[in-house]
Write a protein that binds this ligand. Structure first.
Ligand code: MN
Length: 718
């Protein structure tokens, strides 16, 4: 007695009522070692006990279902963890069994897979719109951390479809549509042809029972005639190959119903056109034999021009490889021939699943993500630098998404970036919804607005008329749409206030100078507006109110008084935004340069003096806050600034000259050098040098710091 049969006889109650277990164990025995089969048998015992007393709609014991799911995966030679997860996939949802028990008995990996399948079961698809189906597929893929979860789910769906007959009509139609909309495309996406084909045929059968019946009847009729022909031609191929000493397997191939239906529907073709085609698949041991066989069949029957496709040299995007050709057969009937190796055949049928197929010698340390990536990179390699990179990229995005997918209460799916919150959701639905948000519910419970969303959740926004966005939301809103809308709202809100404020500020500054807005008058004002390049007085007031323009400076400008009566307009005066028409100078205590954080001091008689924020003098000046103004650098100024650096150098002959040379090499002029102090072995030097901006200065300091005789370089605030 072999191991599997022996094991079966020992399982409690199982030998009497097989439940498909015998077939499963036999299949596993063909590729798994005994220790792994034992684990699967243990999972069966656990599952059968958990589902005890439950039946399927067909009347069979429930455990037949998970065993059938496992069988499907065993036929794809999947690893033992996937098989165990398949057997246990409904236990957590539908029985008293817990994830903890499964972790304890079968390990964390199996538990993770079961948990993943259970989570997929919890999300429900409502909408019928094509775009929504696409989002739902992405949502499903986004939710899984391990591709095997989707493999179990697809096998689960397949068996449910196979046993759908027992369900009420309406339910059949709904499940069939869902299968065609969601599951078959996922199987196709992952290259698992055998699942895709079966899911499509079953979906077709239950969604369009009449069309299915008519079509399959017609097909059966033509197949009766076909079978003989296919048999004869297969024999002919076989003989020819044996004569040439080629080892090959020839299979008569039947088209699947749904693909025939689609061809008829999409291309408006007659059934006879689509059906009267004879399909053959020839499977050989290596690539060179593929081409030999191709030559051979082209010798037997004349090939149809333009129908030869070399998918071995240029594989399809999902990794499919094969040679395709169509021949004029007897009486000119078309013969479609596919030629490929066993390995290509396996990949063509299993796609991504082929990477989870059990290999005794391969270490199992590869993470699921890594194996999915392996599959993708294999595809990429097969494609070379072909045109399909875009498709590959989109598969990759599906498998390693940076998006999450959540539902509205109506079942619409909203895609959002990872880390998005309820506020992002609200704005994604509509800006008006976002602006009036007051609270949010996730899966029907109230949550704080800053709560981050997870895949598959249903989010409901509670609105109130007249509610306003909170600036605080900017601390957690992720999406550009939400952030822009919140800021926009803040701006609109502030605008009215700032115009008001700006007007008062300007009036006060004018009064300080013995004038007022009224005294300035409309004429001078509109001339000034034009000079400043502004739209109207409201814009001027707004800029003043927002601090983008400085009231005392504007007041002087309006009155035409610079300091000492002269209004200079040298370019140097324009490097600080908002100081048009004023004299600007740079403080000699802290030497500000372009890019430094700075403040402006309104000195009587010397215009605006720019200081660095770290300058010690700011402390004194802060006693007169009205004299200090916020200033910022204009973009793209092309000027040289004086800056000061200090160096500590070793007392060696020629050091000063070396440092000076390095500074000069850095493209800077030295304005002044001063010895600040001299100790036994080191000297402190101060250089006033000309630089363009902070980057330029930093570069020079780096160069000087690298010198062997330099101990330290610094830039201080005076
Ligand atoms: Mn199930």
């Amino acid at each position: 007695m072999d191991y599997a049969a022996n094991l079966l006889s020992k399982l409690p109650g199982a030998s009497k009522r097989d439940h498909g277990l015998r077939h499963l164990l036999d299949t596993l025995a063909s590729y798994l070692p005994d220790t792994k089969i034992k684990q699967v048998a243990d999972a069966y015992t656990f599952g059968a006990a958990a589902h005890k007393g439950q039946t399927r709609k067909t009347g069979e014991p429930y455990i037949t279902h998970p065993v059938a799911v496992a069988q499907e995966l065993a036929d794809m030679r999947l690893d033992s963890e996937a098989i165990m997860a398949a057997i246990l996939h409904d236990t957590v949802e539908d029985t008293d069994a817990t994830l903890e028990e499964i972790t304890e008995q079968f390990g964390g990996e199996v538990a993770l897979l079961v948990d993943g399948v259970s989570k997929l079961d919890q999300i429900k698809f409502h909408s019928r719109a094509e775009a929504q189906a696409e989002s739902f597929r992405k949502m499903m893929l986004a939710m899984i951390e391990d591709i095997r979860v989707i493999l179990v789910k697809l096998a689960d769906r397949l068996h449910n479809m196979q046993t759908l007959g027992a369900m009420p009509v309406e339910k059949k139609r709904r499940i069939a549509r869902e299968t065609l909309d969601i599951y078959a495309p996922i199987a196709n996406r992952l290259g698992i042809n055998r699942l895709k084909v079966e899911l499509e045929d079953l979906g077709f059968r239950y969604l369009y029972p009449m069309r299915y019946r008519v079509l399959s009847k017609a097909l059966k009729k033509s197949k009766g005639n076909q079978r003989q022909i296919v048999k004869r031609i297969s024999e002919e191929f076989r003989n020819a190959m044996t004569e040439e000493g080629l080892d090959a397997e020839v299979i008569g191939r039947e088209k699947h119903l749904y693909s025939i239906y689609k061809k008829m529907a999409e291309k408006k073709r007659l059934l006879s056109d689509v059906v009267d085609v004879y399909g053959f698949r020839i499977i050989v041991k290596d690539v060179s034999t593929c081409y030999q066989v191709l030559g051979l069949v082209h010798g037997l029957y004349k090939p149809m021009p333009g129908r030869f496709k070399d998918y071995i040299a240029i594989p399809r995007v999902n990794g499919y490889q094969s040679l395709h050709t169509t021949l004029f057969g007897p009486k000119s009937m078309p013969l479609e021939v596919q030629i490929r190796t066993q390995n290509m055949d396996r990949v063509a049928e299993s796609g991504v699943a082929s990477h989870w197929q059990y290999k005794a010698d391969s270490p199992i340390d590869a993470t699921p993500q890594r194996r999915a990536r392996e599959w993708l990179s294999n595809l990429a390699e097969l494609q070379g630098s072909g045109s399909s990179e875009e498709f590959l990229e989109s598969v990759k995005v599906d498998l390693f998404p940076d998006r999450i997918y959540v539902f509205t209460p109506k079942g619409d799916i909203i895609p959002l970036p990872k880390g998005a919150t309820t506020v992002d959701f609200a704005y994604a639905v509509h800006t008006d919804v976002g602006n009036r948000t007051v609270a949010a519910k996730i899966d029907r419970s109230l949550v704080p607005l800053r709560t981050q969303l997870a895949n598959g959740q249903t989010v409901e926004i509670i609105k109130r008329r007249g509610a306003k966005p909170n600036p605080n939301w900017l601390t957690f809103a992720r999406t550009a749409k939400a952030r822009t809308a919140i800021r926009q709202h803040m701006r609109n809100l502030r605008k009215g206030e700032s115009v008001d404020l700006g007007k008062r500020l300007l009036d006060r500054s004018l009064k300080d100078l013995g004038s007022s807005l009224r005294k300035v008058g409309k004429l001078r004002m509109s001339a000034a507006i034009e000079e400043l390049g502004l739209k109207d007085t409201a814009q001027l007031f707004e800029q003043l109110g927002l601090g983008e323009r400085i009231a005392p400076l504007t007041a002087r400008f309006l009155l035409g008084v610079g300091e000492d009566g002269d209004v200079t307009n040298e370019p140097a005066n324009l490097v600080i935004a908002g100081t048009e028409g004023m004299v600007v100078s740079y403080a000699k205590c802290c030497y500000p340069i372009q890019g430094d954080d700075v403040m402006g001091y309104l000195s009587s008689g010397r215009g605006v003096i720019i200081h660095r924020n770290c300058c010690g003098n700011l402390i004194n000046f802060r006693k007169q806050p009205e004299k200090w103004i916020a200033v910022s650098w204009e973009k793209d100024i092309n000027l040289e600034f004086s800056s000061q650096i200090q160096t500590d150098t070793l007392n060696k002959p020629g050091v000063l000259a070396e440092v000076a040379a390095t500074i000069a090499d850095g493209g800077s002029n030295i304005e002044q050098v001063e010895v600040l102090g001299r100790h036994e072995d080191c000297s402190m030097l101060s250089f006033i040098i000309q630089v363009r901006d902070r980057n330029h200065l930093a570069q020079i300091m780096r160069d000087v710091r690298k010198m062997s005789n330099v101990i330290r370089v610094s830039r201080d605030c005076a």
